[in-house]
Design a protein around this ligand. Structure first.
Ligand code: TLP
Length: 336
């Protein structure tokens, strides 16, 4: 099976497994796991933040951040397709009692004017707007990359109104490679940043949330409350450290493969794709018939993708698919 459903499907190879098997561990809830500490420090450094906390998933990193920036009844501003709003099981309402105010973005990106348009004056009628969230790369936006200037503009608009800013950087690694800028250059515009090791970087489990010492101390409290404080999690952190050391630069290969897939799709009558809009490792394309049926037929032919709408399919490239796999997938699509 050529599995293009997500970059979450990667499995740890022998060298990563070896690093995990030989990791020094301790009880991280008691502050004793040296490998988790090393990962938290390394991630904080990479993001230019004073502190970071290791958590089981990207969803937990985001929802802990949302909880730590707000109190029940507050409001957060998010893009309408943001993972935190669209794909995290209603967690803002369920776990934080937070209202979501949505901005309709263009490929997941929005402008400072759009932020200003949804801000409201302090008044007892309104929820207190506390947080602006930015997703980079933007998943449902097509793996789109935020230009640094646009990040600076939207976060400045939020700060004028006293809001905090959070970046869902599950795929910040991809954005940094595609934009040719360091992760910290993006991160410096935000009070908190979540990053994932289990997507393009290929680790089996784990994410970090980074921010100030005080913010991360508060986040640790919510990690405990949400059930995400783990014990000998150095085994997982070792996989993440291995991924940071070995799998970041190679993300450029995934981006080239995604472009190759999009260009192949663009040549096939019936499918609609904007190949020029493919900036990172995701390809979204339109189908001439029901996407679910086409996905089922593709799977029967050995190519797995995800239907993301009635006539939309998503394919994601990652370190377990080669250029040859992409050529084979295009051949299957052509035949179909
Ligand atoms: N995204 C998954 C699905 O949930 C859609 C995928 O296959 O792409 N932020 C972003 C931008 C994400 O894309 C994801 C996962 C998460 C957060 C959540 O990460 P996990 O799955 O670790 O909770």
């Amino acid at each position: 099976m050529i599995d293009l459903r997500s970059d979450t499907v990667t499995r740890p190879g022998p060298a990563m497994r070896q690093a995990m098997a030989s990791a020094l561990v301790g009880d991280d809830v008691l502050g004793d796991d040296p490998t988790v500490k090393r990962l938290e420090q390394r991630t904080a450094e990479l993001l230019g933040k004073p502190a970071a906390v290791f958590v089981p998933s990207g969803s937990m990193a985001n929802q802990i951040a949302l909880r730590a920036h707000t109190e029940p009844g507050d409001e957060a501003i998010l893009e309408a397709g943001a993972h935190m709003y669209f794909y995290e099981g209603g967690a803002p309402a369920a776990l934080s009692g937070v209202m979501c105010r949505l901005i309709a973005g263009d490929r997941g990106l929005f402008t400072a004017e759009q932020v200003r348009a949804v801000l409201r004056p302090a008044n007892e009628h309104f929820p207190r707007t506390k947080l602006l969230c930015v997703e980079n790369t933007h998943n449902r936006g097509g793996g789109s990359v935020w230009p640094l200037e646009q990040v600076a503009a939207v976060t400045a608009a939020a700060r004028e109104a006293g809001l905090a800013c959070h970046m869902d950087g599950a795929r910040l690694w991809n954005a940094a490679v595609a934009a040719g800028v360091g992760e910290a250059q993006y991160a410096r515009h935000f009070d908190s940043v979540s990053v994932c090791f289990s997507k393009g970087l290929g680790a089996p489990v784990g994410s970090c949330l980074a921010g100030t010492e005080a913010f991360i101390a508060r986040a640790r409290r919510f990690r405990k409350q949400f059930g995400g404080a783990m014990r000998q999690s150095g085994i997982l952190a070792a996989g993440a450290l291995y991924a940071l050391d070995h799998n970041r630069a190679r993300l450029a290969d995934d981006h080239a493969n995604a472009r190759l897939l999009a260009e192949g799709l663009a040549r096939i009558p019936g499918f609609t794709v904007d190949a020029a809009a493919v900036e990172t490792n995701m390809v979204f394309f339109r189908t001439p018939g029901p996407a679910a049926q086409i996905v089922a037929a593709l799977a029967a032919a050995g190519v797995a993708m995800l239907a993301t709408g009635p006539d939309t399919i998503r394919a994601v490239t990652h370190l377990d698919v080669s250029r040859g796999d992409i050529e084979a997938a295009v051949a299957v699509l052509e035949k179909m």
